[in-house]
Write a protein that binds this ligand. Structure first.
Ligand code: UT7
Length: 326
């Protein structure tokens, strides 16, 4: 039966110029390249300049996505930004990005706050808008400047995060309702509010009137991440009527290479089908998946027609997955 699918027609990414290696961090806190590499898989991360904001990173990734989609900014019917590091408390940073990109006046713009699951949440909302015929072309952006809410004196957290942005352009396309269609084939999002205190920024507008700093119960997050990421991937594959044998790629949220390999193994995927970018990007929260997707497409690794699962987990806890044929 024919149906509307949201096809990824453009991709973009941007990393700030400044790179911070593990050796650079060892000069600031009591850590080592050896500890960070073996425990997390991270070798270096990018850090925004003081006057470089989330919107600046987002605009660069979005411009690349618009260019690769071969459309103009006026063709966009809605913009969704996933971030936990907005430029201002209000308005939504997506409105600033819309202005900078020159989107048509009247184009809806909103932010989604779902931490590291932000891209999967934003993709789900954009796909729903397209399938309900509320929009034909939607720009989905994820951008973070986590360096601005990092406690640079805390070795438990400061080695883990990075700044960056990724974007995709989705466009409505008629499909046959089978897993051979290109576009988003299934999405599923979840949350468990009982885990609120295990991963958070310890400040906020209503509580401390500050943005706070990132804090996490690493071991709890680690355990929950492996199970929830696996569950989300299995769920979207089952919804789409495929198995892990049919997959060309898994693009998991990049928080720890040990979590990534644990999930790959649980899903029975060979290592070479699991995209890993954490080595040079660290954890950029909502941005890890579109960054990894766009880099992999630019390199020619991920190609048109490939079957891919995105899965993410983060603060909330939130988690989710998407099954997509590129
Ligand atoms: O994106 C949202 C999702 N986030 C995640 O998925 C992160 C999940 N958690 C993790 O990735 C891991 O739990 C961490 C990488 C955060 C920590 O790894 P771990 O293997 O769980 O280490 P640990 O917390 O058990 O710490 C082991 C030791 C401790 O020392 P003692 O108490 O054993 O003496 C820490 O103080 O390592 C110490 N340590 C460090 N040592 C050198 C912690 N951070 C560092 C550091 N350098 N940067």
């Amino acid at each position: 039966m024919t149906c509307i699918r949201s096809e990824i027609i453009g991709h973009g990414h941007y990393l700030p110029a400044k790179e911070l290696t593990n050796d650079d961090l060892a000069k600031i806190v009591d850590t080592s390249d050896e500890w960070i590499s073996t425990r997390t898989g991270i070798k270096s991360r990018h850090v925004a300049a003081e006057d470089e904001y989330t919107s600046d990173l987002a605009v660069k990734a979005a411009q690349m996505a618009i260019r690769t989609a071969n459309i103009s900014a006026e063709d966009i019917d809605a913009i969704v930004l996933a971030t936990v590091t907005p430029d201002n408390t209000t308005p939504a940073t997506s409105a600033k990005i819309a202005g900078k990109l020159g989107l048509k006046v009247g184009t809806p713009a909103f932010d989604i706050s779902a931490a590291c699951s932000g891209f999967v949440y934003a993709l789900t909302m954009a796909d729903n808008m397209i399938r309900l015929a509320q929009a034909k072309t939607v720009l989905v952006v994820s951008a973070e400047t986590l360096s601005k809410i990092t406690d640079w004196t805390d070795r438990n957290t400061c080695v883990l995060f990075g700044d960056g942005a990724g974007a995709v352009v989705l466009r409505a396309k008629e499909g046959n309702g089978t897993s051979e269609d290109t576009g988003i084939l299934a999405t599923k999002i979840y949350a468990d509010g009982s885990q609120y205190d295990n991963l958070l920024s310890n400040g906020g507008v209503s509580t401390t009137q500050t943005a706070g700093h990132l804090w996490m119960n690493g071991k709890e997050v680690f355990k929950y991440a492996i199970n929830s990421l696996t569950q989300a991937a299995e769920e979207v594959m089952s919804m789409g009527g495929v198995t892990s044998q049919d997959l060309d790629w898994l693009i998991p949220h990049q928080a720890n290479v040990r979590i990534i390999s644990g999930v790959g193994q649980k899903l029975g995927l060979p290592e070479e089908k699991v995209i890993v970018t954490i080595d040079h990007q660290a954890n950029t929260s909502a941005a890890t998946i579109p960054l990894a997707l766009s880099e992999s497409m630019e390199k020619g690794l991920i190609k048109k027609g490939d079957l891919v699962v995105f899965n993410a987990m983060g603060a909330g806890f939130t988690w989710g997955g998407a099954l997509v044929r590129i």
